[in-house]
Design a protein around this ligand. Structure first.
Ligand SMILES: Nc1ncnc2c1ncn2[C@@H]1O[C@H](COP(=O)(O)OP(=O)(O)O)[C@@H](O)[C@H]1O
Ligand SMILES: [Mg+2]
Length: 231
């Protein structure tokens, strides 16, 4: 049997609130091939971020299995999972999450400080990542000196600087105007097509989902064939 790059089987995340249990993810089965650019859509509260965080190794499931590139990440302890995440995943957030007191260069360099690299190697990688997102000339700018679209491009450079196989993005254009959003989507397509990154992107915007190679819809923690009409 061929095993996909990402395999979720009966993947469930449950929270207990007093007497109540809620299940943002409910026995989800999902296979994602290597090299896919997947758009994940669905109403607010349908479990999109929950699924993304499990796949990114930021959160752990309550039950079910999750394997990525043959590794059962659901069974890793916190330390091992953090190591796995640092080696394999780049995360792009809606509000960029740049460190305000660091320059663009220093923000991109941050994940590399955990790796055993020489200063010179680090410099090469950071410069290359900033060049890839078209911001080589903004290296010494602080986040407050950049537009939203530029901030997100720095965040993308930070996500790819460690050369991850998998990139996840949670509503990466949710706070941007249409033209900046288009630039971000063009960049994500390049990461997918030219660098071969597997990409999973949560979005509310069908215009953004169009850039992806596949779209899936979540509702109440499950995948659905046909999304309900927008409300
Ligand atoms: N840490 C948490 N504790 C309790 N409930 C949570 C937690 N994280 C998410 N939820 C709940 O899980 C549901 C799905 O959340 P989420 O995955 O963020 O949805 P989406 O990203 O699709 O809007 C929501 O009802 C949310 O309130
Ligand atoms: Mg969300």
């Amino acid at each position: 049997m061929k095993v996909a790059f990402i395999e979720c089987a009966s993947l469930t995340r449950e929270y207990t609130r007093g007497e109540n249990k809620i299940r943002p993810l409910d026995q989800l089965d999902l296979s994602i091939d290597r090299g896919t650019f997947l758009a994940l859509m669905g109403p607010s509260g349908s479990g999109k971020t929950t699924l993304l965080n499990l796949i990114a190794g930021i959160d752990s499931s309550t039950s079910g299995t999750l394997t990525i590139d043959g590794e059962d990440i659901g069974r890793m302890n916190r330390g091992k999972l953090a190591e796995w995440r640092a080696a394999h995943v780049g995360y792009i957030f809606q509000l960029y999450n740049l460190v305000p007191v660091l320059t663009a260069y220093e923000n991109v360099e941050l994940p590399l400080l955990l790796k055993p690299l020489s200063r010179r190697d680090r410099h090469e990688r950071v410069a290359h990542a900033l060049q890839l997102v078209g911001l080589a000339d903004r290296s010494d700018h602080f986040p407050r000196q950049l537009s939203g679209g530029q901030e997100q491009r720095v965040a993308i450079a930070r996500a790819i600087v460690g050369d991850p196989t998998l990139i996840v993005a949670d509503e990466p254009t949710g706070d941007l105007d249409k033209s900046s959003a288009g630039q971000i989507m063009d960049l994500l397509v390049r990461l997918n097509e030219e660098l071969g990154k597997t990409l999973i992107m949560v979005t509310h915007d069908p215009g953004c989902a169009h850039y992806a190679s596949q779209t899936l819809h979540l509702e109440k923690g499950r995948l659905v064939e046909q999304p309900v009409a927008a409300h």
